[in-house]
Design a protein around this ligand. Structure first.
Ligand SMILES: [Ca+2]
Ligand SMILES: [Ca+2]
Ligand SMILES: [Ca+2]
Length: 353
C-alpha cells in the first residue's frame, strides 16, 4: 500500500484505496463539506462551499498559528518563523515585506573569470535549470529576497498540472484554493528550493502524516537513475509548521523526520493562507557529493492542501501516467505518482548563474 492508502485508512475519512482505483471518501464526522481527495483521474467532489475565513482562523488557532502572532520553529538546526493567518481572502501571495532588505541577489557575486558557475551549460531537453549561486548562496530563512522573481517560472495549477481531490474547475477560485510556483538553485554543497504557495485556509490536522496537512513536497533522484526508491532518492514533506519528514516508498508510515543537516524555513505571507518555503538539501544526502555544471537530478514537486479536513486536494508538478497507476511493491512497472517510484520525475539540471 502506498502512503495514500495508509493515510486514508487512519484518518477521519474511511475509504478503500488501491493505487490505480478511485478513492471513495466518506465524511465520517458528519460535518459535510468537501469530499476527500479523489484517486487518480478522480471524480470532482462536492465543491468548495464552507471553506470560509472563519474555518481558517479556527484551524490556525488550533495549530498555534493564530492571527498576528509569530511562532518560531526549529527545523534541521534552523529557526523559521510562521506568522499568523489573518484568514482574509486576498490576491496572489506576496512575500512579507518586513525585514527583508540587504541580502545579495543571485548573479551579483562571484561572476567573472574563474567563476565556478561558468560556462553555463545548455539546458537539456526535459529538464529545468537550477541557478548556480556559488558565492551568493541563499540564506534559509523564509525570506525570498535573494531569489529573483523570474526564477519562479515553474508553476503548479489545477489547469496546468496533474491534480487529485476536490476542485471547482474555476481558474480563479482553484488557484486561490491551491497553486504555487517554485525555483531551484545550487552551490558546491547543496541544492536549494524556494516555493510560493497560494492557499485559502491553513490547516494542520495531522502531526503524524504531514502530507495530510498543507504541505510542500520535494522529490529527488540523486543519480537520476529513475526507478524504485533507493539510496539518494527522496520524498521530503514539509508542512506549514516547518515540520518535515522523509518518506521512502515502500517504507512504512509514519515517515522519519528530516536529517538534521537539511534546513527548512517557512513563513506565512500575510495574505489569505499563502505561505513561502525555503529548503537546503546537501548534495551528500542525495549521493552526489561532487556536483558539476550540467549534472542532472531527477526532481519533482507536490503541493498538498487541507482546508477543513485532512488533505483534500493536491497538485503534482510532473506525473507521467496519472490514470494508469500501479504503486505496487517493487518492481514497480507502471508508477503513476512520484511517491511510488522516481520514474515519473522530471529533471533539474545544475545550470549556470
Ligand atoms: Ca532566504
Ligand atoms: Ca485551500
Ligand atoms: Ca489549506
Amino acid at each position: 500500500m502506498g502512503r495514500h492508502a495508509m493515510a486514508w485508512a487512519s484518518g477521519l475519512l474511511a475509504l478503500v484505496v488501491s493505487c490505480g482505483e478511485e478513492f471513495t471518501a466518506i465524511d465520517a464526522d458528519g460535518v459535510g463539506g468537501d469530499a476527500g481527495i479523489a484517486g487518480n483521474g478522480g471524480k470532482p467532489g462536492s465543491g468548495e462551499a464552507g471553506e470560509g475565513p472563519g474555518s481558517s482562523q479556527g484551524e490556525a488557532a488550533r495549530a498555534g498559528q493564530s492571527g498576528g502572532g509569530k511562532t518560531m520553529h526549529a527545523v534541521g538546526g534552523m529557526s523559521s518563523s510562521v506568522a499568523g493567518a489573518p484568514g482574509a481572502a486576498g490576491a496572489d501571495e506576496k512575500p512579507a515585506s518586513g525585514g527583508e532588505g540587504g541580502e545579495t541577489s543571485f548573479g551579483q557575486a562571484g561572476s567573472g573569470s574563474g567563476d565556478a558557475c561558468q560556462p553555463a551549460p545548455p539546458l537539456v531537453a526535459g529538464a529545468i535549470a537550477a541557478r548556480c549561486v556559488i558565492g551568493a548562496s541563499p540564506v534559509v530563512d523564509a525570506k525570498l529576497t535573494e531569489w529573483p522573481e523570474g526564477a519562479f517560472s515553474n508553476t503548479l495549477t489545477y489547469a496546468g498540472n496533474p491534480h487529485l481531490g476536490t476542485w471547482a474547475n474555476n481558474p480563479t477560485s482553484d488557484d486561490a484554493n491551491l497553486s504555487g510556483r517554485f525555483a531551484v538553485a545550487w552551490d558546491g554543497d547543496a541544492i536549494y528550493v524556494a516555493g510560493r504557495i497560494n492557499d485559502n485556509a491553513r490547516q494542520r490536522p495531522d502531526t503524524v502524516n504531514l502530507y495530510q496537512n498543507d504541505a510542500f513536497e520535494v522529490f529527488f533522484d540523486g543519480d537520476n537513475e529513475r526507478g524504485n526508491y533507493g539510496i539518494g532518492d527522496w520524498q521530503m514533506i514539509v508542512d506549514t509548521s516547518g515540520a518535515g519528514q522523509l518518506y521512502h516508498y515502500p517504507s512504512a508510515m509514519p515517515a522519519p523526520p528530516l536529517p538534521s543537516n537539511v534546513k527548512v524555513a517557512v513563513a506565512n505571507t500575510g495574505v489569505a493562507a499563502n505561505w513561502v518555503i525555503e529548503i537546503r538539501v546537501p548534495f551528500a544526502n542525495l549521493g552526489t557529493a561532487s556536483p558539476a555544471l550540467g549534472q542532472l537530478l531527477g526532481f519533482d514537486v507536490v503541493l498538498d492542501d487541507a482546508d477543513t479536513l485532512a488533505r483534500q486536494r493536491s497538485l503534482t508538478w510532473k506525473n507521467t501516467a496519472p490514470n494508469v497507476c500501479n504503486c505496487a511493491a517493487p518492481p514497480n512497472v507502471n508508477p503513476c505518482e512520484p511517491y511510488c517510484n522516481t520514474a515519473p520525475f522530471f529533471q533539474v539540471m545544475l545550470g549556470g548563474r
